[in-house]
Design a protein. Structure first.
Length: 229
């Protein structure tokens, strides 16, 4: 990828923000009600023993000291520990629900340098690749509600998340989506996942929060969880 392409992502992100502002929407808050076609609520309280929180997240450093701007953008520090933004949201959901957690990881380590990671992500997207995962959920049959969290990468899902969706059988399950982003909110990822998981109930009330708003995420996530029913 050229730096011209990278600039394109930034300027389009800016355009999205400007558009949202003009429409009078909150531009960085969470609790986005997406236009997906599923129900906006789950039909019963969450049973923590039957609920699994899954997420993909790439914090670009594990050291809280002397971070670059890119590293700060992709991380949130909790008690001195560096978490990815999506990882942090997953942790809040875990704490609030008591559910089990599964982290989606690629078999090969991803580059932590931001530009190198962006280049790789774009190459994978252009080639419609399905990067191999380190592990699959061993006991998916034990869960009937699965949260799936991801960052927006190049306006879309990271390709490893497509691998994750395709290598599991989510049929009959409630699927609840959450994402973090740098300006593009959820893009069309809820629609993409709803189409892909056509035998599941994908809840339309997906959550999104900007990487610039992570300090507010605990309250935003709690409010969203309460709104799920
Ligand atoms: C490879 C890559 C591509 C990205 N593309 C977008 C994008 O198209 N739109 C957007 O809003 N943010 C984009 N971002 C920003 C991330 O969505 C944002 O920083 C997110 O909070 C990262 O989550 P994480 O720390 O859990 O990995 C991109 C980040 C990376 C690393």
């Amino acid at each position: 990828m050229t730096s011209t392409t990278r600039r394109k992502f930034l300027s389009l992100a800016g355009a999205t923000l400007a558009g949202a502002g003009a429409a009078g929407c909150s531009i960085i808050s969470g609790g986005d009600t997406s236009s997906g076609s599923g129900p906006s609520k789950i039909d019963r309280p969450l049973d923590k023993t039957r609920t699994l929180v899954t997420y993909f997240s790439v914090p670009e450093t594990d050291s809280p000291d002397n971070m670059t701007e890119d590293e700060e953008n992709s991380t949130h520090i909790v008690d001195g520990k560096v978490l990815g933004n999506t990882q942090y949201v997953a942790q809040i959901i875990e704490n609030r629900t008591g559910a089990d957690v599964f982290r989606i990881e690629t078999a090969e380590d991803l580059p932590l340098d931001h530009d190198t990671l962006e280049d790789l992500a774009l190459e994978q997207q252009e080639a419609n690749e399905r990067p191999k995962l380190k592990a699959l959920i061993p006991n998916l049959q034990e869960y009937d509600t699965v949260f799936i969290g991801y960052p927006i990468w190049w306006y879309d899902l990271p390709m490893p998340v497509y691998t994750f969706l395709e290598e599991h059988d989510f049929s009959g399950k409630n699927i609840i989506l959450f994402g973090t982003h740098g300006g593009n909110r959820l893009g069309e990822t809820v629609e993409a996942i709803t189409e892909k998981l056509s035998d599941s109930t994908v809840i339309s009330n997906a959550f999104t929060i900007s990487r610039d708003d992570m300090d507010n995420s605990e309250a935003e996530v709690s409010e969203w969880l309460d709104s799920l029913g």
